[in-house]
Design a protein. Structure first.
Lengths: 247, 570
């Protein structure tokens, strides 16, 4: 495959033809925030966080989907880009309910991490706070639309990797929502294989395992009775030279 | 069908036309139908029957005649006399027209529209040359005015390269709004490697107040089909699609009828005009999404997917429908092809300005005396459009601004009325040519309110794929709402401007990139008006209610009151 040379932040970088800008930037150790992009899924270019400047063009291009070209000159962290990234994150936080303190993903959320990395500590826009439903009809998983940022990773992984295409998007604009089947409860979905891939790729707490939300958190203290009872009945004594423990 | 037969049909049709002494052309496009055009034609037919004139007088349902606000329109053609155009025809007037004009030859003076009005004389009809004169539902009518002879000429005399070169030479640019050179695009698709190629006509016209494409598809569907077939020959495609907006049922019906008629006559389909060229055209109907006018979203919709844009490159010319090279042009662009082939590229290039050639159709609307559909040469000034063709502002009010390009465009104030209308000049003024919507506003229009209207439109029509457009438009709309209800502060204006720049620079497709345009252009020319709303708490045009106050004032008022009441104060 042909080798191409381009400039990223005033440094010469070589890459293979067909590589995206994001691949080359990551190889170089240059990090830009991404939310809709996930290695292994088709690129989408929807979150607009990985936008970079191409010299000689006044249009910003998404690094995740733009193929590198010979002689390109890229700037990844100009003042304008950082300002725009921050504003986009603020918009995402204002769109739905992203109160971290009561979220299942608090501390491991990609949206939270990107906001922290860029130093976004407050939102200047109105919180739109829509009242969206939570679908907990599935046996093992639940979807909280209030946490969804519409990155459609779930839609892509379900279609491209699992091959089920249970997930899709309905509505448009801010009223868009990810849906299962034809907007039927997840638990009744005939196409869902319950593989859980969507849950694993979700960057926020929108898709999660049941039982992990703050409200569902319960302490299971039955173990105490079980252990004490066993001690009382001397069930912990080893028999047969330690090969088998009796109960 | 071959060229000789084509000419024979044309001759037969013309002879048949000669056999009638008088033809009554009744407009049957959407505006006139909605104002009662169907009843007018019916009344005329009954009057003809009652007067026993079946052999000498005939009614024809035609396409649009232009002055749509004065409909229903009727044109009376009496042999050997100039055409007479009637406005606001009711069934009663229609009977009089038959009884007096068709029989006795004396026009019904009250309803005659003088043909020497600037509305007619300042126009140059190229794309709409058949509109209002032929029956769009009859193929023979189109053939009689030279229809499909351009296709026959191209198939017989020209190579695909020559066709592309001819279009390039004409200087034709995309009529959908962006103004990309059409010949260049055709050449790109022609040269793109690939066995299968497609031609797509974009008829998903969605700008509020604009109906150029609808009229063209309703009034002269065969011209669009012929233009597409020529394009198919030039780029090497065998399949075309017309994407018609779902709200245009009459256009879709007439196109469908036109395609079937052309296929029956061997003018579309296999071995067109006894050549080796095959070209099929199918209709795809939109489901009511403005964003599907964006080319990549439109193609997604044709392929049966969710109508959302995808980042370019790859451009449709390299990878479009089902990954094949695809030529996508506006229906008005295809409407320009036939006259270019018939009359030559240099004739077309002789009209217009240095960089914008030919004519452009505008839907003139708003606070102007003559509203309707007009076709003018590029380079005409806005003043001529508004004050000559449009006959000025009703009630002698003051012209304030003209809005071009719909929700993607901007407002042009009175001081720029003498700017020639072409792609570059309008862009320099912060607006765009757009698809051709032109809304005139007088001093009773409030600019922040206008900006709010267009922002609400963009907010509703955003597809939701990219964040800046999906959420940014909502936030901008909320700020504009605050400005127009009196609760905004200067801080809001600052945030609004910042958001405008960000949404323009970071959005994925043209919808988001141009959504801030109405705000940016009104801020550029009418900043004073925004400041009056915010600082002086009043709407100079008297449109906004201004019922709210900024929340910060609500906080400060009781403190101030308490301070004033306190004896310790001062």
């Amino acid at each position: 495959m042909a080798v191409i040379t381009l400039t990223i932040n005033d440094e010469l970088v070589s890459g293979r033809e067909g590589d995206t800008l994001l691949t080359l930037m990551r190889e170089k150790g240059i990090e830009v925030p991404t939310l809709c992009h996930l290695d292994g899924l088709s690129p989408r270019g929807g979150c607009r966080l990985c936008l970079v400047e191409v010299q000689g063009s006044n249009r910003l291009v998404p690094a995740c989907i733009t193929p590198a070209q010979e002689g390109m000159s890229i700037v990844t962290h100009s003042e304008r880009l950082i300002k725009y990234r921050r504003m986009i994150l603020e918009l995402l936080f204002s769109e739905r309910n992203h109160i971290c303190a009561v979220c299942v993903m608090n501390g491991r959320c990609e949206l939270q991490a990107e906001a922290a990395a860029i130093g976004m500590d407050h939102v200047r826009y109105d919180y739109l706070t829509p009242q969206l439903p939570i679908d907990a009809s599935h046996q093992r998983f639940a979807v909280d639309h209030n946490r969804c940022i519409l990155c459609t990773r779930c839609v892509r992984v379900c279609d491209e990797v699992e091959g089920a295409h249970t997930w899709d998007v309905m509505g448009r604009g801010v009223n868009s929502r990810v849906i299962t089947d034809l907007n039927q409860p997840w638990g009744t979905s005939k196409s869902c294989t319950s593989c859980g891939k969507c849950v694993q790729v979700c960057p926020t707490g929108a898709l999660h395992l049941k039982g992990s939300t703050v409200a569902e958190m319960r302490k299971d203290r039955d173990f105490l009775r079980w252990i004490l009872d066993g001690r009382e009945k001397k069930q912990w004594i080893l028999r047969n030279g330690g090969q088998e423990s009796g109960r | 069908m071959n060229r000789v037969e084509l000419q024979a049909i044309a001759q037969r049709e013309l002879d048949q036309r000669q056999s009638y002494r008088c033809r009554l052309l009744c407009c049957a496009s959407t505006p006139c139908i909605s104002s009662g055009g169907t009843a007018v034609q019916k009344a005329m037919e009954e009057a003809i029957k009652a007067n026993g004139l079946n052999a000498e007088v005939v009614t024809v349902a035609t396409g649009c005649m232009g002055p749509c606000s004065r409909g229903p329109m009727v044109t009376v053609q009496v042999q050997g006399q100039p055409d007479v155009i009637y406005e606001r025809v009711t069934p009663e007037v229609a009977e009089q027209i038959v009884a007096r004009h068709a029989v006795a030859g004396e026009p019904v003076a009250d309803h005659v529209m003088p043909s020497n009005l600037p509305f007619f004389t300042k126009q140059t009809k190229v794309v709409l040359s058949n509109s209002g004169l032929i029956d769009p539902e009859r193929l023979e009518d189109y053939i009689a005015v030279g229809g499909y002879s351009a296709l026959a000429h191209v198939l017989r005399e020209m190579t695909p390269e020559e066709v592309c070169a001819e279009i390039s030479k004409s200087g034709l640019r995309g009529r959908g709004g962006a103004g990309y050179p059409t010949g260049l695009k055709w050449d790109l698709v022609r040269k793109a490697p690939g066995e299968r190629k497609y031609v797509v006509a974009n008829g998903d016209e969605g700008d509020p107040g604009a109906y150029m494409d609808r009229t063209l598809m309703e009034s002269d569907p065969h011209r669009v089909l012929e233009g597409m077939a020529i394009a198919g020959y030039a780029v090497g495609a065998t399949q075309g699609f017309i994407y018609v907006r779902g709200e245009y049922p009459i256009a879709a019906k007439r196109l469908e009828k036109a395609i079937r008629a052309a296929e029956r006559r061997g003018l579309l389909g296999s071995r067109i005009l006894e050549s080796t060229f095959n070209f099929r055209i199918d209709i795809r109907i939109g489901a009511g999404a403005f964003v599907c006018g964006e080319e990549t979203a439109l193609m997604a919709s044709i392929m049966g997917r969710r109508g959302q844009p995808v980042p370019r490159p790859p451009y449709p010319a390299q990878s479009g429908l089902w990954g094949c090279p695809t030529l996508i042009n506006n229906v008005e662009t295809f409407g320009c092809i036939v006259p270019i082939i018939q009359k030559g590229a240099s004739w077309f290039a002789s009209m217009g300005t240095a960089k914008s050639k030919g004519t452009k159709i505008f839907a003139l609307a708003g606070k102007v005396n003559n509203t309707g559909l007009i076709e003018v040469p590029m380079g005409i000034t806005l003043r001529e459009i508004v004050f000559d063709i449009g006959d000025g502002i009703p009630g002698g009010r003051k012209f304030k601004a003209a809005q071009t390009g719909g929700p993607s465009g901007g407002c042009i104030p009175a001081e720029h009325l003498d700017t020639p209308v072409d792609y570059e000049s309008l862009r320099a003024l912060g607006s765009i040519m757009g698809s051709g919507g032109l809304i005139v506003m007088d001093d009773q229009s409030c600019m922040p309110d206008v900006a709010k209207f267009f922002m609400e439109f963009c907010m509703d029509e955003s597809c939701g794929k990219c964040v800046p457009c999906r959420v940014g438009t909502v936030q901008m709309y909320r700020i504009l709402q605050r400005i127009t209800n009196g609760s905004a502060t200067l801080r809001d204006l600052e945030i609004l401007e910042e958001l405008c720049e960000m949404v323009r620079d970071t959005s994925l497709c043209g919808l988001g990139q141009s959504a801030p345009n109405p705000v940016l252009s009104t801020l550029r020319y009418f900043r004073e008006e925004y400041l009056q709303h915010i600082q002086e708490h009043r709407c100079p045009a008297g449109v906004c209610q201004m019922t709210e106050v900024p929340i910060i004032e609500l906080v400060h008022r009781p403190i101030a009151r308490a301070a004033a009441a306190s004896p310790v104060a001062s």
